[in-house]
Design a protein around this ligand. Sequence first.
Ligand code: AGP
Length: 612
Amino acid sequence: MCGIIGYVGGRPCEELILSGLERLEYRGYDSAGMVLLDTEGLRTVRAVGNLAELRKAAHATGIDASPATMGMGHTRWATHGRVTEANAHPHSDASGRISVVMNGIVENYARLRSELQDDGVVFLSETDAEVIPHLISRHYEGDLVAAMRAAVERLEGHFTIVAASAGEPGRLVAYRQETPLVIGVGDGERFVASAIPAFLPETRDTILVESGEIVVVEADSVSIHDASGTVERGITRIDWDEDAAEKGGFDTFMLKEIHEQPSALRDTIGDRLHREGEVDLPGLGLDDAALARVERVHIVACGTSFHAGLVGRYLIEDWAQVPVHVEVASEYRYRTCLAGPGDLVIGITQSGETADTLAAMRVARERGAHVVALTNIMGSQAVRDADGVLYTRAGLEIGVAATKTHTAQVVALALLALKLGRARHVLSAAGAADLGDELQRIPDLVQEYLDSPDARHAMEVGEKYADRPFFLYLGRHVGMPVSYEGALKLKEISYVPTEAYPAGEMKHGPIALLDDGSPVVVVATDGHVFDKVVSNIQEVRARGAQVIAVATRGNEEITEHADDVMFVPRTPPLLSSILAVVPLQLFAYAVARARGLNVDQPRNLAKTVTVE
Ligand code: AGP
């Protein structure tokens, strides 16, 4: 997730761009860059690190003294290509007269890159973004809008582009395909940005750009064009304070990140899953023949990432029929490790820095296992310590309680399971294609859920039970890790004691906790264990418990057994965990907010646990 800001107006803009980037830094911070158009042409400066590094570089190059009144800036959160100055944006064409910043992912960049290379284009970065200035340049005949239109027709993926041409001072041309783009309207000046905070101190008048639209931004005008012509769009006045603006209008980062799950999942699938169910995961460092030889999979992780690993076990064992061992990293690292050559060890860590997970990965690597880091952070320690990598592309997660990175991890594990299943000939081509189609639908289903009254209802249920002193969570099969994750979310942000158990195991002890009115949250989505879960519900109700169920829409039967039901869209049972966890995130959120707590920074917790 990168941040973009552009400016066209009457003021020298270097400081406007740098301070705008600072307000976007929450979107990504591994490197940054800026381009200004002045009498010397397009002048670019880039730096690895945070904005302070870019400021230093701007000073060192003298660009900070530029009188330029037009420019663009970018703060990068790497997805394609390492964290280097060469990979930082802006990127330009060979002539240096077209400059581009991009947020998002160009899925077909590899094909475009080799096509451009065949035409003699020399690439200076490893990024997907660099194909864009070269494509624009190929079509450029003095009209940046026409060239942008021709270029974006060739691009697949989710991205926002802002481009400048040295030949067209006073004009920025932007294009949005899914990822955000907003315009700020000032007096004789215009801003273009990924998010409103970038320009909020300068103006509160904004124009919201829709997907598929090209926008031409000049100091005194903004014109928007879609496939059918010019679009009329009014100004929206923003009355958020700056803090709210940074959170995209949501009250907290956690809520924002819950709502970012559709794009996190979509980007994680990205260009990796093909229509025929074939999956490309070149970062694993294992070809199909090597994957076919994998004897066992070990998954090591902590906290929420561990719960994703538990879901991954069901997917991998079912789709690829490889035995999977899942363990919390802090235990795995101190046991006699029996992993070895022939084993695939997956360390799941969104931060890529969790000390116990890194140690467990190291232990397995020393034993000769092939170790893969499943992480959200490019170039993190986990990546450096591993033989291969599988990235989630969830964007930066700021809330301490992991939400979008968890569901993205499950989606990444589903991709891996599909790949293993094909490589081992467990899945037929047709079977893999069907599963691939189902997986591809998940981001839209999550979006549809979040937009639906069901999501609001999950929060209302949370508010209803917010004063309860204890919750028991139950689930079976793939619903079991979902219940674990729901319970962890609730305890970490609301400080309410929770117990999570496999539903079938509950009668071996935890049932003693129940009393009249004890709330029991039960994951009861459709699947082959549904009837068993209903039996467990009867058992807890017989002890006076109140049941809050997560169930599949259309399942009327569950309403007879539960006091409250949080319905989610129907998916194949093995993928249901991705949908079922979302109401539990919202439920936990509502409980914590009703208790007046700071959900983004819960007490005693750190986002990244780099100590044992
Ligand atoms: C999740 O809500 C927690 N903040 C925590 O359990 C977290 O998942 C755990 O510390 C692991 O972090 P990692 O994925 O960065 O390794």
